[in-house]
Write a protein that binds this ligand. Sequence first.
Ligand code: UD1
Length: 420
Amino acid sequence: MDYLEIEGGHKLQGRVNISGAKNSALPVIAASILSDKPFKITNLPNVVDIRTLLKLVDMLGGKVEHDNTTAIIDNSSMNSTKAVYEIVSQMRASILVLGPLLTRFKHCEVSLPGGCAIGQRPIDMHLKALEAMGAKIEIKGGYVQAEAPKGLQGTKIVFDKITVGGTENVIMAASMAKGVTTITNAAKEPEIVQLCELIQSAGVEITGVGTSELSITGTNGKPLAFQECKIIPDRIEAGTYLCAAAIANSEITLENVESNHIKAILDKLESMGCTIKIEENAIAIKGPKKLKPINITTSEYPGFPTDMQAQFMAIAAIAQGESIIEERLFENRFMHVSELNRLGADIWLKGSLAAVRGVKELNGADVMATDLRASSALVLGALVANGITNVRRIYHLDRGYDNLEGKLAKLGARIKRKKE
Ligand code: UD1
Protein backbone atom coordinates (compact mmCIF):
# COMPACT_ATOMS: atom_id res chain seq x y z
CA MET A 1 0.00 0.00 0.00
CA ASP A 2 1.29 3.51 -0.81
CA TYR A 3 1.98 6.15 1.79
CA LEU A 4 3.34 9.69 1.74
CA GLU A 5 6.55 10.63 3.50
CA ILE A 6 6.65 14.35 4.22
CA GLU A 7 9.46 16.34 5.77
CA GLY A 8 7.98 19.45 7.37
CA GLY A 9 9.31 22.97 7.59
CA HIS A 10 9.93 23.84 3.95
CA LYS A 11 8.33 26.93 2.46
CA LEU A 12 6.24 26.76 -0.69
CA GLN A 13 6.52 29.06 -3.65
CA GLY A 14 5.47 29.23 -7.27
CA ARG A 15 2.36 28.49 -9.29
CA VAL A 16 0.02 25.51 -9.12
CA ASN A 17 -2.53 24.47 -11.72
CA ILE A 18 -5.99 23.56 -10.39
CA SER A 19 -7.58 20.51 -12.03
CA GLY A 20 -11.18 20.02 -13.07
CA ALA A 21 -13.70 19.43 -10.27
CA LYS A 22 -14.23 15.77 -9.37
CA ASN A 23 -17.68 16.56 -7.99
CA SER A 24 -18.69 18.21 -11.25
CA ALA A 25 -17.16 15.57 -13.49
CA LEU A 26 -19.06 12.76 -11.76
CA PRO A 27 -22.61 14.02 -12.52
CA VAL A 28 -21.50 15.07 -16.02
CA ILE A 29 -20.29 11.50 -16.70
CA ALA A 30 -23.53 10.10 -15.23
CA ALA A 31 -25.50 12.46 -17.48
CA SER A 32 -23.83 10.87 -20.53
CA ILE A 33 -26.32 8.01 -20.01
CA LEU A 34 -29.06 10.42 -21.13
CA SER A 35 -27.48 10.65 -24.56
CA ASP A 36 -27.29 8.29 -27.52
CA LYS A 37 -24.67 10.42 -29.28
CA PRO A 38 -20.90 10.61 -28.66
CA PHE A 39 -20.15 13.19 -26.00
CA LYS A 40 -16.77 14.79 -25.25
CA ILE A 41 -15.74 15.93 -21.77
CA THR A 42 -12.52 17.90 -21.20
CA ASN A 43 -10.58 19.10 -18.14
CA LEU A 44 -11.32 15.91 -16.20
CA PRO A 45 -9.21 15.46 -13.07
CA ASN A 46 -6.90 12.45 -13.19
CA VAL A 47 -8.27 10.73 -10.06
CA VAL A 48 -9.54 7.29 -9.12
CA ASP A 49 -13.21 8.28 -8.66
CA ILE A 50 -13.42 9.39 -12.30
CA ARG A 51 -11.90 6.12 -13.52
CA THR A 52 -14.35 4.20 -11.31
CA LEU A 53 -17.42 5.89 -12.78
CA LEU A 54 -16.11 5.55 -16.35
CA LYS A 55 -15.62 1.85 -15.65
CA LEU A 56 -19.24 1.63 -14.54
CA VAL A 57 -20.38 3.32 -17.77
CA ASP A 58 -18.26 0.81 -19.69
CA MET A 59 -19.81 -2.10 -17.76
CA LEU A 60 -23.27 -0.78 -18.66
CA GLY A 61 -22.31 -1.18 -22.32
CA GLY A 62 -21.15 2.36 -23.09
CA LYS A 63 -18.04 2.96 -25.19
CA VAL A 64 -15.48 5.03 -23.32
CA GLU A 65 -12.27 6.52 -24.69
CA HIS A 66 -10.33 8.13 -21.87
CA ASP A 67 -6.94 9.69 -21.52
CA ASN A 68 -5.94 11.66 -18.42
CA THR A 69 -8.12 14.72 -18.87
CA THR A 70 -10.45 13.95 -21.78
CA ALA A 71 -13.16 11.36 -22.28
CA ILE A 72 -15.36 10.62 -25.26
CA ILE A 73 -18.37 8.59 -24.21
CA ASP A 74 -20.73 6.94 -26.68
CA ASN A 75 -23.75 5.41 -24.97
CA SER A 76 -25.73 4.68 -28.15
CA SER A 77 -25.32 0.94 -27.62
CA MET A 78 -25.70 0.85 -23.83
CA ASN A 79 -27.28 -2.53 -23.17
CA SER A 80 -27.25 -3.08 -19.41
CA THR A 81 -29.13 -1.26 -16.67
CA LYS A 82 -27.55 -2.98 -13.69
CA ALA A 83 -24.99 -1.00 -11.69
CA VAL A 84 -23.24 -3.71 -9.76
CA TYR A 85 -22.14 -3.73 -6.12
CA GLU A 86 -18.43 -4.18 -6.99
CA ILE A 87 -18.34 -0.66 -8.46
CA VAL A 88 -21.04 1.18 -6.50
CA SER A 89 -19.55 0.05 -3.19
CA GLN A 90 -16.26 1.75 -4.15
CA MET A 91 -17.87 5.14 -4.52
CA ARG A 92 -21.13 6.53 -3.20
CA ALA A 93 -21.49 8.93 -6.14
CA SER A 94 -22.23 5.92 -8.40
CA ILE A 95 -25.82 6.38 -7.20
CA LEU A 96 -25.89 9.24 -9.74
CA VAL A 97 -26.55 6.69 -12.51
CA LEU A 98 -29.95 5.88 -10.97
CA GLY A 99 -31.89 8.87 -12.33
CA PRO A 100 -30.40 8.74 -15.87
CA LEU A 101 -30.77 4.94 -16.27
CA LEU A 102 -34.35 4.97 -15.06
CA THR A 103 -35.49 7.90 -17.19
CA ARG A 104 -33.80 6.60 -20.39
CA PHE A 105 -34.43 2.85 -20.10
CA LYS A 106 -37.53 2.87 -17.84
CA HIS A 107 -36.04 0.32 -15.46
CA CYS A 108 -32.75 -0.27 -13.66
CA GLU A 109 -31.03 -1.94 -10.75
CA VAL A 110 -28.44 0.00 -8.80
CA SER A 111 -26.60 -1.40 -5.81
CA LEU A 112 -27.15 0.47 -2.55
CA PRO A 113 -24.03 2.55 -1.91
CA GLY A 114 -23.79 1.37 1.68
CA GLY A 115 -22.19 3.08 4.65
CA CYS A 116 -19.55 5.73 4.46
CA ALA A 117 -16.89 6.73 6.93
CA ILE A 118 -18.11 10.32 7.29
CA GLY A 119 -21.66 9.51 8.31
CA GLN A 120 -24.79 7.59 7.45
CA ARG A 121 -25.40 9.29 4.09
CA PRO A 122 -28.73 7.71 3.16
CA ILE A 123 -30.38 8.04 -0.29
CA ASP A 124 -33.98 8.23 0.93
CA MET A 125 -34.55 11.66 -0.64
CA HIS A 126 -33.34 10.45 -4.07
CA LEU A 127 -35.79 7.52 -3.93
CA LYS A 128 -38.74 9.51 -2.60
CA ALA A 129 -38.36 12.07 -5.41
CA LEU A 130 -38.17 9.40 -8.14
CA GLU A 131 -41.26 7.70 -6.66
CA ALA A 132 -43.08 11.02 -6.79
CA MET A 133 -42.21 11.05 -10.53
CA GLY A 134 -43.99 7.72 -10.96
CA ALA A 135 -41.21 5.16 -10.36
CA LYS A 136 -41.94 1.93 -8.52
CA ILE A 137 -38.99 1.23 -6.28
CA GLU A 138 -38.13 -1.82 -4.24
CA ILE A 139 -34.99 -2.61 -2.27
CA LYS A 140 -34.08 -6.26 -2.84
CA GLY A 141 -30.84 -8.10 -2.19
CA GLY A 142 -28.94 -4.87 -1.58
CA TYR A 143 -30.14 -3.32 -4.85
CA VAL A 144 -32.49 -0.45 -5.63
CA GLN A 145 -34.81 -1.97 -8.23
CA ALA A 146 -36.67 0.79 -10.04
CA GLU A 147 -39.12 0.78 -12.90
CA ALA A 148 -41.36 3.26 -14.67
CA PRO A 149 -42.80 1.37 -17.68
CA LYS A 150 -44.55 4.47 -19.04
CA GLY A 151 -41.60 6.73 -18.34
CA LEU A 152 -41.20 9.25 -15.55
CA GLN A 153 -43.71 12.04 -15.14
CA GLY A 154 -42.78 15.61 -14.22
CA THR A 155 -44.07 16.70 -10.83
CA LYS A 156 -43.35 18.98 -7.85
CA ILE A 157 -40.45 17.83 -5.70
CA VAL A 158 -39.79 19.47 -2.35
CA PHE A 159 -36.60 18.35 -0.64
CA ASP A 160 -36.85 18.33 3.19
CA LYS A 161 -33.13 18.98 3.35
CA ILE A 162 -30.70 20.27 0.74
CA THR A 163 -29.04 17.36 -1.06
CA VAL A 164 -26.42 17.78 -3.80
CA GLY A 165 -26.62 14.22 -5.17
CA GLY A 166 -30.42 14.10 -4.79
CA THR A 167 -30.81 17.36 -6.74
CA GLU A 168 -28.50 16.03 -9.48
CA ASN A 169 -30.38 12.72 -9.77
CA VAL A 170 -33.73 14.50 -10.08
CA ILE A 171 -32.43 17.05 -12.63
CA MET A 172 -31.17 14.19 -14.82
CA ALA A 173 -34.34 12.12 -14.37
CA ALA A 174 -36.51 15.15 -15.13
CA SER A 175 -34.64 16.02 -18.33
CA MET A 176 -36.18 13.03 -20.18
CA ALA A 177 -39.44 12.84 -18.20
CA LYS A 178 -42.84 13.87 -19.50
CA GLY A 179 -43.79 17.45 -18.64
CA VAL A 180 -42.38 19.84 -16.09
CA THR A 181 -40.58 18.94 -12.87
CA THR A 182 -40.04 21.62 -10.26
CA ILE A 183 -37.56 21.24 -7.43
CA THR A 184 -37.96 23.32 -4.29
CA ASN A 185 -35.01 23.56 -1.87
CA ALA A 186 -32.62 22.46 -4.62
CA ALA A 187 -28.85 22.54 -4.01
CA LYS A 188 -27.10 25.54 -5.63
CA GLU A 189 -23.49 24.34 -5.80
CA PRO A 190 -21.44 25.35 -8.90
CA GLU A 191 -21.45 21.62 -9.78
CA ILE A 192 -25.26 21.73 -10.02
CA VAL A 193 -25.03 24.81 -12.25
CA GLN A 194 -22.61 22.98 -14.58
CA LEU A 195 -24.96 20.00 -14.80
CA CYS A 196 -27.92 22.29 -15.62
CA GLU A 197 -25.91 24.10 -18.29
CA LEU A 198 -24.88 20.80 -19.85
CA ILE A 199 -28.51 19.68 -20.05
CA GLN A 200 -29.52 23.08 -21.40
CA SER A 201 -26.87 22.60 -24.12
CA ALA A 202 -29.04 19.71 -25.37
CA GLY A 203 -32.00 22.07 -25.78
CA VAL A 204 -33.80 21.16 -22.53
CA GLU A 205 -35.48 24.12 -20.85
CA ILE A 206 -34.34 24.68 -17.27
CA THR A 207 -35.20 27.81 -15.32
CA GLY A 208 -33.88 28.97 -11.95
CA VAL A 209 -30.34 27.67 -12.56
CA GLY A 210 -28.17 28.56 -9.54
CA THR A 211 -31.21 29.14 -7.30
CA SER A 212 -33.05 26.83 -4.91
CA GLU A 213 -36.12 26.67 -7.22
CA LEU A 214 -35.53 24.75 -10.43
CA SER A 215 -37.96 23.94 -13.19
CA ILE A 216 -37.08 21.38 -15.87
CA THR A 217 -39.15 20.62 -18.96
CA GLY A 218 -38.43 17.03 -20.01
CA THR A 219 -38.16 15.60 -23.53
CA ASN A 220 -40.73 12.83 -22.95
CA GLY A 221 -38.30 9.98 -23.54
CA LYS A 222 -36.18 11.50 -26.32
CA PRO A 223 -32.44 11.05 -25.59
CA LEU A 224 -30.34 14.20 -25.37
CA ALA A 225 -27.44 15.35 -27.56
CA PHE A 226 -24.95 17.37 -25.54
CA GLN A 227 -22.40 19.95 -26.62
CA GLU A 228 -18.79 19.34 -25.56
CA CYS A 229 -18.34 20.04 -21.84
CA LYS A 230 -15.30 21.53 -20.07
CA ILE A 231 -15.31 20.67 -16.37
CA ILE A 232 -15.16 23.68 -14.01
CA PRO A 233 -12.12 24.12 -11.71
CA ASP A 234 -12.13 22.11 -8.49
CA ARG A 235 -13.00 24.54 -5.71
CA ILE A 236 -12.02 22.09 -2.97
CA GLU A 237 -8.63 21.36 -4.51
CA ALA A 238 -8.13 25.13 -4.83
CA GLY A 239 -9.12 25.63 -1.19
CA THR A 240 -6.67 22.94 -0.12
CA TYR A 241 -3.69 24.66 -1.85
CA LEU A 242 -4.75 27.99 -0.36
CA CYS A 243 -4.64 26.31 3.05
CA ALA A 244 -1.18 24.93 2.22
CA ALA A 245 0.12 28.46 1.66
CA ALA A 246 -1.65 29.67 4.80
CA ILE A 247 -0.22 26.99 7.08
CA ALA A 248 3.29 27.14 5.58
CA ASN A 249 3.59 30.95 5.78
CA SER A 250 4.20 30.92 2.02
CA GLU A 251 3.35 32.82 -1.11
CA ILE A 252 1.89 30.87 -4.05
CA THR A 253 -0.40 31.48 -7.03
CA LEU A 254 -3.23 29.19 -8.09
CA GLU A 255 -3.97 29.04 -11.81
CA ASN A 256 -7.20 27.98 -13.55
CA VAL A 257 -9.35 28.73 -10.55
CA GLU A 258 -12.75 30.39 -10.21
CA SER A 259 -12.63 32.82 -7.30
CA ASN A 260 -16.42 33.35 -7.35
CA HIS A 261 -16.89 29.72 -6.31
CA ILE A 262 -14.73 30.01 -3.19
CA LYS A 263 -15.78 33.29 -1.61
CA ALA A 264 -16.53 31.66 1.78
CA ILE A 265 -13.09 30.04 1.81
CA LEU A 266 -11.27 33.24 0.80
CA ASP A 267 -13.16 35.21 3.43
CA LYS A 268 -12.07 32.84 6.24
CA LEU A 269 -8.45 32.84 5.05
CA GLU A 270 -8.40 36.65 5.06
CA SER A 271 -9.83 36.65 8.60
CA MET A 272 -6.97 34.38 9.61
CA GLY A 273 -4.47 36.96 8.34
CA CYS A 274 -3.75 35.78 4.77
CA THR A 275 -3.27 38.32 2.00
CA ILE A 276 -5.22 37.43 -1.12
CA LYS A 277 -5.02 38.94 -4.59
CA ILE A 278 -7.54 37.90 -7.21
CA GLU A 279 -6.34 37.98 -10.80
CA GLU A 280 -7.96 36.75 -14.00
CA ASN A 281 -8.40 32.96 -13.53
CA ALA A 282 -5.74 33.07 -10.81
CA ILE A 283 -5.45 33.74 -7.08
CA ALA A 284 -2.27 34.79 -5.29
CA ILE A 285 -2.08 34.10 -1.57
CA LYS A 286 0.45 34.98 1.11
CA GLY A 287 0.22 33.22 4.45
CA PRO A 288 0.93 35.30 7.57
CA LYS A 289 3.74 34.66 10.07
CA LYS A 290 1.10 34.11 12.77
CA LEU A 291 -2.35 32.83 11.89
CA LYS A 292 -5.37 34.20 13.74
CA PRO A 293 -7.99 31.79 15.12
CA ILE A 294 -11.30 31.36 13.30
CA ASN A 295 -14.90 30.30 13.87
CA ILE A 296 -16.46 28.14 11.16
CA THR A 297 -19.86 26.53 10.67
CA THR A 298 -20.20 24.29 7.64
CA SER A 299 -23.25 24.71 5.45
CA GLU A 300 -24.54 24.28 1.93
CA TYR A 301 -23.24 26.47 -0.90
CA PRO A 302 -22.63 29.42 -0.88
CA GLY A 303 -21.80 28.80 2.79
CA PHE A 304 -18.57 27.30 4.07
CA PRO A 305 -18.15 23.81 2.50
CA THR A 306 -17.99 20.72 4.69
CA ASP A 307 -15.35 19.44 2.23
CA MET A 308 -12.97 22.15 3.56
CA GLN A 309 -13.64 21.63 7.27
CA ALA A 310 -10.75 19.21 7.89
CA GLN A 311 -8.19 21.39 6.07
CA PHE A 312 -9.18 24.47 8.09
CA MET A 313 -8.90 22.45 11.27
CA ALA A 314 -5.30 21.68 10.32
CA ILE A 315 -4.42 25.35 9.90
CA ALA A 316 -6.37 26.38 13.00
CA ALA A 317 -4.20 23.88 14.90
CA ILE A 318 -1.26 26.30 14.75
CA ALA A 319 -3.22 29.58 14.97
CA GLN A 320 -2.67 31.92 17.91
CA GLY A 321 -5.76 31.27 20.04
CA GLU A 322 -8.84 29.08 20.09
CA SER A 323 -10.95 28.31 17.02
CA ILE A 324 -14.42 26.77 17.09
CA ILE A 325 -15.48 24.59 14.17
CA GLU A 326 -19.02 23.28 13.85
CA GLU A 327 -19.85 20.47 11.38
CA ARG A 328 -23.50 20.67 10.38
CA LEU A 329 -23.67 18.31 7.39
CA PHE A 330 -22.09 14.99 8.32
CA GLU A 331 -22.27 13.65 11.88
CA ASN A 332 -19.03 11.63 11.76
CA ARG A 333 -16.79 13.99 9.91
CA PHE A 334 -14.23 14.48 12.67
CA MET A 335 -12.07 11.41 12.26
CA HIS A 336 -9.07 13.56 11.37
CA VAL A 337 -9.16 15.02 14.90
CA SER A 338 -7.37 12.16 16.63
CA GLU A 339 -4.80 12.00 13.82
CA LEU A 340 -4.11 15.76 13.97
CA ASN A 341 -3.73 15.36 17.73
CA ARG A 342 -1.07 12.72 17.04
CA LEU A 343 0.88 15.50 15.32
CA GLY A 344 0.59 17.54 18.52
CA ALA A 345 -2.60 19.51 17.84
CA ASP A 346 -4.86 20.30 20.79
CA ILE A 347 -8.40 19.63 19.59
CA TRP A 348 -11.41 18.78 21.75
CA LEU A 349 -14.67 17.41 20.44
CA LYS A 350 -18.19 17.71 21.77
CA GLY A 351 -20.93 16.46 19.46
CA SER A 352 -20.73 18.46 16.27
CA LEU A 353 -18.36 21.06 17.74
CA ALA A 354 -14.58 21.04 17.77
CA ALA A 355 -12.54 23.43 19.91
CA VAL A 356 -9.08 23.88 18.41
CA ARG A 357 -6.53 25.44 20.75
CA GLY A 358 -3.64 26.67 18.65
CA VAL A 359 -0.27 25.17 19.54
CA LYS A 360 3.19 26.65 18.83
CA GLU A 361 4.36 23.71 16.73
CA LEU A 362 3.40 20.31 15.35
CA ASN A 363 5.69 17.29 15.39
CA GLY A 364 5.99 14.61 12.72
CA ALA A 365 4.35 11.23 13.42
CA ASP A 366 2.78 8.24 11.69
CA VAL A 367 -0.82 9.09 10.86
CA MET A 368 -3.63 7.39 9.00
CA ALA A 369 -5.97 8.92 6.46
CA THR A 370 -9.62 8.11 7.16
CA ASP A 371 -11.45 9.80 4.30
CA LEU A 372 -10.69 11.97 1.30
CA ARG A 373 -10.59 15.45 2.85
CA ALA A 374 -9.28 14.22 6.21
CA SER A 375 -6.25 12.92 4.30
CA SER A 376 -5.43 16.32 2.88
CA ALA A 377 -5.70 17.87 6.37
CA LEU A 378 -2.97 15.47 7.54
CA VAL A 379 -0.78 16.42 4.59
CA LEU A 380 -1.24 20.10 5.50
CA GLY A 381 -0.25 19.45 9.11
CA ALA A 382 2.78 17.48 7.91
CA LEU A 383 4.00 20.43 5.79
CA VAL A 384 4.81 22.35 8.99
CA ALA A 385 5.40 19.55 11.50
CA ASN A 386 8.97 19.14 12.74
CA GLY A 387 10.70 16.15 11.16
CA ILE A 388 9.02 13.39 9.18
CA THR A 389 5.32 12.53 8.95
CA ASN A 390 4.14 9.38 7.20
CA VAL A 391 0.55 9.62 5.98
CA ARG A 392 -0.83 6.12 5.46
CA ARG A 393 -3.90 4.82 3.61
CA ILE A 394 -3.59 7.46 0.92
CA TYR A 395 -5.92 5.58 -1.39
CA HIS A 396 -8.46 8.02 0.06
CA LEU A 397 -6.41 10.92 -1.33
CA ASP A 398 -6.04 9.27 -4.72
CA ARG A 399 -9.83 9.15 -5.06
CA GLY A 400 -10.07 12.92 -5.33
CA TYR A 401 -6.74 14.80 -5.53
CA ASP A 402 -5.02 14.94 -8.90
CA ASN A 403 -1.27 14.37 -8.36
CA LEU A 404 -1.21 16.02 -4.93
CA GLU A 405 2.34 15.03 -4.14
CA GLY A 406 3.63 16.10 -7.58
CA LYS A 407 1.96 19.51 -7.32
CA LEU A 408 3.19 20.09 -3.74
CA ALA A 409 6.72 18.93 -4.61
CA LYS A 410 6.79 21.40 -7.51
CA LEU A 411 5.92 24.13 -5.00
CA GLY A 412 8.92 23.12 -2.89
CA ALA A 413 7.45 20.67 -0.36
CA ARG A 414 9.55 17.63 0.56
CA ILE A 415 7.03 14.92 -0.16
CA LYS A 416 7.50 11.42 -1.56
CA ARG A 417 5.14 8.56 -2.37
CA LYS A 418 6.49 5.31 -0.95
CA LYS A 419 5.37 1.70 -0.68
CA GLU A 420 4.84 -0.05 2.69
C1 UD1 B 1 -21.91 15.81 -2.13
C2 UD1 B 1 -20.42 15.82 -2.43
C3 UD1 B 1 -19.61 15.76 -1.14
C4 UD1 B 1 -20.05 16.88 -0.18
C5 UD1 B 1 -21.56 16.87 0.01
C6 UD1 B 1 -22.06 18.06 0.81
C7 UD1 B 1 -20.26 14.77 -4.59
C8 UD1 B 1 -19.85 13.59 -5.38
N1 UD1 B 1 -20.11 14.70 -3.27
O1 UD1 B 1 -22.20 14.57 -1.49
O2 UD1 B 1 -18.24 15.91 -1.46
O3 UD1 B 1 -19.43 16.70 1.07
O4 UD1 B 1 -22.22 16.90 -1.28
O5 UD1 B 1 -21.67 19.24 0.22
O6 UD1 B 1 -20.68 15.78 -5.14
N2 UD1 B 1 -28.99 13.07 2.95
C9 UD1 B 1 -30.08 12.37 3.40
N3 UD1 B 1 -30.83 11.66 2.50
C10 UD1 B 1 -30.55 11.65 1.16
C11 UD1 B 1 -29.43 12.36 0.71
C12 UD1 B 1 -28.67 13.07 1.63
O7 UD1 B 1 -30.38 12.36 4.61
O8 UD1 B 1 -31.27 11.00 0.40
C13 UD1 B 1 -28.18 13.86 3.91
C14 UD1 B 1 -26.72 13.39 3.99
O9 UD1 B 1 -26.57 12.30 4.88
C15 UD1 B 1 -26.03 14.65 4.46
C16 UD1 B 1 -26.83 15.76 3.77
O10 UD1 B 1 -28.09 15.19 3.44
O11 UD1 B 1 -26.16 14.80 5.86
C17 UD1 B 1 -26.17 16.32 2.52
O12 UD1 B 1 -25.83 15.26 1.67
P1 UD1 B 1 -25.71 15.43 0.08
O13 UD1 B 1 -25.76 16.89 -0.25
O14 UD1 B 1 -26.70 14.55 -0.57
O15 UD1 B 1 -24.23 14.91 -0.18
P2 UD1 B 1 -23.70 14.03 -1.38
O16 UD1 B 1 -24.43 14.39 -2.63
O17 UD1 B 1 -23.62 12.63 -0.97
